[in-house]
Design a protein around this ligand. Structure first.
Ligand code: 13P
Length: 257
């Protein structure tokens, strides 16, 4: 882990009601207060649970951050079923997960759409957590680094260095998501180092040095520390193990420097 502040984010995906979410947030916060670690902890509830999570975070003055799992790029309009960046900022949401492989695969999000969302999030003061990751086919054909480079460059097209300050990148190999298989820390580090070099090429040395790059894909208490020990991995984007405090809190503890 580097001087970049570690970030552990829990992507709840399509799990947990508002009431369950409030209870989980309270349990995570209790743990973080005890731990006193210099780790940024973010939860990404489904939209129906964001407002209640936001309220309890605000009222109890919790240090937890809030992320959305998706958003539309327009501020408002006739887009049935969508949620806008202004709705998110009104709910005190500071991050948005964009380009998750599940949205690319099941909801046909393209690099072009993801890029629109990235630019919109930044212009509304929301930090994108831009996800990238290769399929097993791509990994086995030896194309991983080139494929990831394509996703990163396309997702960040037309973003200036001045606006790239808060961006977070999450490397999530598709074959490791929800499968119990993880990349080895070396495999993950190789890709995260490559991502950092691409950031340097696009934005220069400051953004390269300061951008947090997370690993995601079957992260658990038992393996988290191995990833966090790598030079270019600054935390984790956690799915299944983010749904209970018992599984999530030890991952936060593992990120303590
Ligand atoms: P799992 O931790 O369940 O593999 O999910 C990872 C993920 O997709 C987080 O966004």
């Amino acid at each position: 882990m580097s001087s970049r502040k570690p970030l552990v984010a829990g992507n709840w995906k399509m799990h947990l009601t508002a009431a369950q979410g409030v209870s989980l947030v309270q349990n995570i916060d209790d743990f973080c207060r005890e731990l006193k670690a210099d780790v940024e902890v973010v939860v990404a509830p489904p939209f129906t649970a964001i407002h209640s999570a936001s309220t309890v975070i605000d009222i109890d003055r919790m240090q937890l951050g809030l992320a959305a799992q998706n958003m539309h790029w327009e501020a408002e309009g006739a887009f049935t079923g969508e949620i806008s960046p202004t709705m998110l900022t009104a709910a005190r949401v500071g991050y948005v997960i964009l380009g998750h492989s599940e949205r690319r695969e099941h909801f046909f999000e393209t690099d072009e759409v993801i890029n629109k969302k990235v630019k919109s999030a930044i212009s509304h003061g929301i930090s994108p957590i831009l996800c990238c990751g290769e399929s097993l086919d791509i990994r086995e054909s030896g194309e991983t680094l080139a494929f990831i480079e394509g996703q990163i460059r396309a997702g960040l097209e037309d973003v200036s260095a001045a606006r790239a300050t808060g961006i977070v990148i999450a490397y999530e190999p598709i074959w490791a998501i929800g499968t119990g298989k993880t990349a080895t820390p070396k495999m993950a580090e190789e890709v995260c180092e490559h991502i950092r070099n691409i950031l340097g090429d696009i934005f220069g040395t400051t953004i390269k040095a300061n951008t947090r790059i997370l690993y995601g894909g079957s992260v658990k208490a038992e393996n988290a520390a191995l990833f966090f020990a790598e030079k270019n991995i600054d935390g984790a984007l956690v799915g299944g193990a983010a749904l209970t405090a018992g599984a999530f809190n030890p991952i936060i503890a593992a990120a303590k420097t």
